[in-house]
Design a protein around this ligand. Structure first.
Ligand code: SAM
Length: 240
């Protein structure tokens, strides 16, 4: 197997600029042209996004809070964060994803505030960047459903890098090793086609926790989101 940082990253970039982009745009979208499995994943992923927003808002208003959304995809999280007043920097390795996120953000945010409240959304800053190249400091760093592209030996460095960008909290979601394994194999759906297949890596919570501890962070809150075909562990880490 190739690894992220070498050829694997190129494979991931290529996938999310082409067939992966088409597939995930559909899954993360609202149209009816999804199959049963894709619809289930859509619902599971939406729950993850809701959970993250809840975790963040529990600690206080997001107005003016700087958030880095690393591996932003089509903006499923960045857009609601911006609506809550957060100052979002959204990036992804895939230029197709970033362009789509930006398009959706313009469409959604120019409608203005949905709750009729006083929050003025700030248009996120969108960048095509792999997360290893991200720099700067953010109050909060969030990275949802991206770790699946990292084998554990690369995941440690990736987690350490994200933690170095965060001042107060880091939220990560990942496919847990135990529950997810069989399903992923059964579903194949997630990364279809033998030639275009990107490998899917599962992570144990203990490994993620160790990686965080190594750089002086500890897990505060934890969550688990499950539907029939979607499983995600959610952790919120804070400086220890
Ligand atoms: N975080 C988004 C969400 O939850 O809606 C998207 C999740 S999608 C399953 C995974 C995303 O990670 C894709 O958009 C992909 O392009 C991006 N990605 C994969 N490897 C990356 C890397 N090394 N740096 C930045 N983005 C990456």
């Amino acid at each position: 197997a190739q690894e992220v940082g070498g050829g694997d990253k190129e494979v991931v970039r290529e996938y999310f600029n082409n067939s992966g982009f088409q597939r995930w745009k559909k899954i993360y979208g609202e149209t009816d042209d999804v199959n049963r499995v894709q619809l289930d994943i859509r619902i599971g992923h939406a729950k993850t996004v809701d959970n993250v927003i809840k975790m963040l808002i529990e600690e206080g208003s997001l107005e003016g809070v700087t958030v880095c959304d690393a591996g932003c995809g089509t903006g499923s999280l960045s857009i609601p964060l911006a609506k809550s007043g957060a100052v979002v920097t959204a990036s992804d390795i895939s230029s197709a994803m970033v362009a789509e996120a930006e398009r959706q953000a313009k469409e959604e945010l120019q409608k203005g505030s949905t709750d009729g409240g006083s929050i003025v959304p700030v248009m996120p800053k969108f960048e095509v960047k792999d997360l290893e190249s991200l720099n700067g400091k953010y109050h909060t760093v969030v990275c949802l459903d991206v770790l699946i592209h990292y084998p554990q030996n690369k995941a440690d460095g990736m987690i350490a890098h994200l933690a170095s960008l965060a001042e107060k909290r880091l939220i990560l979601s990942f496919a847990p090793k135990t529950l997810y394994y069989d399903l992923l194999k059964r579903v194949g759906e997630l990364f279809p086609g033998p030639s275009k297949a990107t490998r899917a890596y599962l992570h144990s919570e203990a490994d993620v926790e160790k990686a965080l501890q190594k750089v002086g962070w500890r897990i505060g809150k934890r969550g688990l989101i499950t539907t029939q075909f979607y499983f995600a562990k959610l952790v919120e880490a804070v400086p220890a």
